[in-house]
Design a binder for this molecule. Structure first.
Ligand SMILES: C[S@@+](CC[C@H](N)C(=O)[O-])C[C@H]1O[C@@H](n2cnc3c(N)ncnc32)[C@H](O)[C@@H]1O
Length: 283
């Protein structure tokens, strides 16, 4: 899996875009309408997110956000007083975030296209690195975490949201229900369109049994069947993949396990899909 494949995917599928109908070519001038709709959707779906951001303490901190998507959290960080810089692998995300900041007259220290594997900022630049839903999409995570440790000041913090291994979504929905569903569909000979059709094409290309291996199947069951890479994390995997950091805090949020109808289940703190971690660099 190389970074170019990952970049091509996110460039063609800007994060969250389809869920709100997409920023259509003819609407490129109507960013304001799009961002308003997107943010309403995002913070309705992720009801915990604004409270999580409130708990981080961005005020007067030098903040680097890695992996920007539509820039919704970027805006929230700036509105909470963070001295914000942003980095994303794709030009599409950078263009959208630049448009958002300009439209809403929000200050920005720097906004760059680039990779977490080679962060274009000097050593010891930031008090805080924030990365929501990004680091589990980076195959060379050891290199990325080394880069994040490098740009953090001593005593700084990395706050990241990673997909949770010990979650209803992974343990039941992905590992059992979706795999069984695909087997049934594969055996039925039906050729549906859309997401199910994409899974069937993936299975035909890779071979059904190989596709169903959990380490393969997971890539295609977090951000859609065309997403090239995703992994899940428990605390042991966080310690393994972030050796240049010490784990200070971890908590889970967001009950999400499609097709199970469990959106508002109170068990989110045990079995939620989003594992938030606060890590301190060992320097
Ligand atoms: C799932 S989206 C998350 C975006 C946003 N943080 C959110 O929560 O909606 C992943 C984003 O990370 C970016 N990304 C993926 N790999 C990256 C890398 N190696 N360096 C920087 N950005 C990356 C993608 O271009 C995409 O915008």
């Amino acid at each position: 899996m190389n970074e170019q494949d990952i970049q091509l995917f996110w460039q063609a599928h800007p994060c969250g875009d389809v869920q709100v109908g997409g920023l259509k070519e003819e609407n490129h001038n109507d960013y304001e309408l799009f961002f308003t709709g997107y943010d309403a959707f995002r913070y309705r779906q992720h009801r915990h997110l604004l409270a999580c951001l409130d708990g981080i303490g961005f005020k007067d901190q030098e903040v680097l956000e890695i992996g920007l998507g539509q820039g919704a959290d970027s805006e929230q960080i700036i509105r909470r007083g963070g001295r914000w810089s942003g980095l994303d692998l794709t030009q599409e995300s950078v263009t959208r975030v630049r448009a958002r900041l300009a439209l809403r007259k929000l200050p920005c220290q720097a906004l760059k296209q680039g990779s977490a594997l080679d962060i274009p900022f000097p050593d010891n630049s930031f008090d805080l690195v924030f990365s929501h839903g990004v680091l589990h999409h980076i195959p060379e995570i050891r290199r990325a975490q080394r880069e994040i440790a490098r740009v953090l000041k001593p005593g700084g913090t990395l706050v990241a949201m990673l997909y949770a291994k010990w979650s209803l979504n992974y343990l039941v929905s992905i590992a059992v229900i979706r795999r069984l569903g695909l087997c049934v569909l594969y055996g039925s000979g039906i050729s549906p369109n859309g997401i199910s059709g994409d899974h069937l094409r993936n299975a035909a290309k890779m071979g059904l049994w190989k596709y169903l291996r959990l380490e393969n199947f997971t890539h295609y069951n977090t951000d859609g069947p065309l997403n090239p890479y995703a992994v899940v994390y428990g605390i042991a995997e966080v310690r393994r993949d972030f050796p240049d950091f010490t784990l200070d805090k971890a908590y889970k949020r967001f009950m999400h396990a499609p097709p199970l109808p469990v959106r508002w289940m109170p068990l989110e703190r045990m079995l939620g899909w989003h594992l938030w971690v606060h890590l301190r660099p060992n320097k």
